[in-house]
Design a protein around this ligand. Structure first.
Ligand code: ZN
Length: 85
């Protein structure tokens, strides 16, 4: 009788271990399948600096979407374009 209890106990441990392994592998797969996004660079039309699109300031000027490295560049560029006509 005690042998059966040990056997059942071992099966239970094996089952739990397998479940953990499967979960761990699934989590790992999920993590690795996450696609790597290459950082897209955009040029600041004011200071000609290349900046990552994500961190750039977006501004639509005359129907064209422009990217700036900071607020100062955006304002300077806008002032320049307004002066130009
Ligand atoms: Zn700039």
């Amino acid at each position: 009788m005690s042998r059966l209890i040990v056997f059942v106990f071992l099966i239970l441990i094996l089952f739990i271990t397998l479940q953990y392994l499967v979960r761990g592998m699934a989590a790992l797969k999920k993590k690795s399948s996450r696609e790597f996004e290459p950082e897209e660079l955009v040029q600041d039309p004011h200071c000609q600096t290349y900046i990552p699109k994500k961190s750039a300031l977006k501004k639509r000027i005359a129907g064209e979407l422009l990217y700036f490295c900071n607020q100062g560049c955006m304002e300077n560029y806008m002032n320049k374009t307004v002066k130009k006509g």
